[in-house]
Design a protein. Structure first.
Length: 116
């Protein structure tokens, strides 16, 4: 999918981060994967990455930046740091968008796979 910079999210846009996590008992680490929806359409699937709790939010924000949905920085709107350094609740307020999320723990085999 080729997204151009002029296709940044408009105020009122809706994002949904559908996360899945797996705890590796033998190593004691937590891994996650995430599907990203923009205005009801799935735009990306990020396969297994290391990270626990809300790390899937950071993964989704980074992916949205790489796809061109989010600007690298929010300085044009008065923010001072790169977009990916803000928590999602702050990105919501700054951009005037809504972010929903859901995280479910399960088996390693239940993590999302990247589209081929």
């Amino acid at each position: 999918m080729d997204i151009k910079a002029e296709n940044f999210l408009e105020p009122g846009a809706s994002l949904f981060f559908e996360g899945r996590a797996w705890w590796d008992k033998s190593g004691g680490s937590v891994y996650h994967s995430v599907r990203i929806w923009v205005n009801g359409d799935i735009v990306a699937v990020v396969p297994m990455r290391y990270g626990y709790e809300n790390a899937y939010h950071m993964t989704a924000v980074q992916q949205l930046f790489e796809l061109g949905y989010l600007p690298e920085t929010l300085t044009d709107i008065g923010a001072t740091r790169p977009t990916r350094e803000y928590p999602t609740w702050r990105i919501e307020k700054i951009l005037g968008i809504t972010i929903y999320s859901s995280l479910a723990y399960g088996k390693k085999s239940e993590l999302f796979k990247a589209a081929k």
